[in-house]
Ligand binder design. Sequence first.
Ligand code: SF4
Length: 249
Amino acid sequence: MNGNIHSIETLGTVDGPGIRYVIFTQGCLLRCQFCHNADTWEIGTGKQMTVSEIMHDLESYLPFIQASGGGITVSGGEPLLQIPFLIELFKQCKQKGIHTTIDSSGGCFSHSKLFMEQLEELLQYTDLILLDLKHINRKKHIQLTGMANDHILEFARFLSDRNIPIWVRHVLVPTVTDDSADLQKLGEFIGSLQNVQKIEILPYHKLGVYKWEALGYDYPLQQVEPPTEEQVKYAQQMLTAHWSNPNGH
Ligand code: SF4
């Protein structure tokens, strides 16, 4: 089974617990204005890699990964565009006792029979989902990502109903995703979910702008600067206001 892979980061520390072997898959349906991986957008390109190639490569990092309480994270792009590949990869990971995480925007979630069957199977081998909620306001979500958020919020509820652990992540972009009323509504939505283990604010940064330029795209947030520490702290408070932290602290 082949996956379309953009790149691999062998010892990542920001995409899930511990040290992670992070695979960035190729292909995404969203077009987030702050995307720092614009070169992962195109579907069906990237490097074709087999599950065994990846497992072989991952093996050499396992001692570090396991000692840190880490595992494998598949990010993107949008990993859920390649579910059959993920099922085979995660099945093999679970046979070796490796913690498995998916970083998803939920952008391709659908109730189609095939998608649901594949997703249900994948979830049997998935320990954690990092769910990127970009905006709670439908209209602003369309402006920000090119797509409405109804099915993304449905995906969050679906995972909550099945009690699949998630970490909610929210990119804080001054003037775009930091409106108080929106943060409050997002906090209320997060508080209505039963499966949230952690809430992370990801401060907006400009590290991927060069990729937009290289691809010949106009970068839409040229005038926007990263948030201050206070702004991040405020957003964190708003998003955790209705959340019962399962870790108790
Ligand atoms: S979902 Fe992720 S990869 Fe896709 S456009 Fe948004 S930030 Fe980029």
